[in-house]
Ligand binder design. Structure first.
Ligand SMILES: NC(=O)c1ccc[n+]([C@@H]2O[C@H](COP(=O)([O-])OP(=O)(O)OC[C@H]3O[C@@H](n4cnc5c(N)ncnc54)[C@H](O)[C@@H]3O)[C@@H](O)[C@H]2O)c1
Length: 277
């Protein structure tokens, strides 16, 4: 029966950025398919909130949380040891989902730091260290364990902006000079394209050890953005709307379960058609 291939009974999934908007949705998808989740995040308050919510629905022994900075390899390594103790086995699923959500600086006087020519190397290094280096570290620690065990799945959460360039026109503000306009930062493109490269590398590197690796490229999720922005963005999307935050759960479950057992090194675009226009 095909539905059985979606069942995650006896599986443990690590979700980085597990306290964020989508991390908790990925967790719901796994729990609803009978899997258990280990949520990793730097935001302890939100981590506890999310864990309480999930535990009240799915049971205390199904969820564990770890306040870990994924840029610190020793901390990630020690979370692996704790996961083994808590759940009795190493995780068979890793979702590299954590990211720095870049905030536009709202100052009207300085030249916006988001612009390519002004972008600081410190900001570049900080964002890359989470989005790319953090994903590498988690793949090293958890992926190596999967390779030793002979099976596992790694899913790297990229973005539609890992497939196409940002259309900077949607971020423009009327009446501002060109050099004062904020833009989607270069790091976002580099990290998300980089994750697709990391995906292909790992997909071939550990294939013989039974570890699959794929990328997921979702489009923007509606989260109370201003109307004017939503209008400009949805003009770029054939389906004419942003995603709902629950709409990726099916794809996540497909990608981390045996339902996608012959999928390896692929990128699944799920963006309302934005990247084909
Ligand atoms: N929300 C969207 O519209 C959208 C669209 C496309 C892709 N994505 C991607 O989906 C993923 C999740 O997005 P989201 O909207 O839930 O973001 P979010 O900002 O709500 O969650 C990201 C989480 O990562 C955590 N984090 C940051 N640095 C960390 C570190 N060093 N170690 C551990 N955790 C760390 C944050 O604390 C946060 O809880 C991201 O990779 C994002 O780029 C999101």
């Amino acid at each position: 029966v095909v539905l059985n291939s979606f069942n995650l009974k006896n599986k443990v999934a690590v979700i980085t950025g597990g306290a964020g908007l989508l991390g908790r949705k990925h967790a719901e998808a796994i729990l609803e398919a009978n899997g258990r989740v280990a949520l990793i995040d730097v935001n302890e308050t939100r981590l506890n909130e999310v864990a309480n919510e999930l535990e009240s629905k799915h049971g205390k022994n199904m969820v564990a949380t770890f306040k870990v900075d994924i840029t610190q390899k020793e901390a990630v390594q020690s979370s692996l040891e704790q996961i083994k103790k808590i759940f009795g086995n190493a995780p068979q699923i890793l979702i590299n989902n954590a990211a720095i959500d870049p905030k536009f600086d709202k100052s009207k006087t300085d030249k916006p730091g988001s612009r390519l020519e002004n972008f600081s190397v410190d900001q570049w290094n900080m964002e890359i260290s989470v989005g790319l280096t953090g994903s590498l570290i988690c793949a090293q620690v958890f992926g190596h364990e999967m390779a030793k065990a002979g099976s596992g799945v790694i899913l790297n959460v990229a973005s539609d902006l890992g497939v196409v360039a940002p259309d900077q026109r949607i971020y423009r503000q009327e009446g501002l000079a060109e050099d004062m306009q904020n833009v989607k930062p270069v790091t976002y493109s580099v990290i998300k394209h980089g994750l697709i490269g990391l995906t292909k590398y790992i997909a071939t590197y550990w294939a013989k050890q039974g570890v699959r690796c794929n990328a997921f490229a979702p489009g923007g999720v509606f989260n109370d953005h201003p109307d004017a922005f939503v209008q400009k963005l949805t003009n770029l999307i054939p389906l004419g709307r942003m995603a709902h935050k629950d709409e990726y759960k099916g794809a996540i479950l497909f990608l981390v379960s045996d339902a996608s057992s012959y999928m390896n090194g692929a990128t699944l675009n799920m963006d309302g058609g934005r990247s084909v226009w």
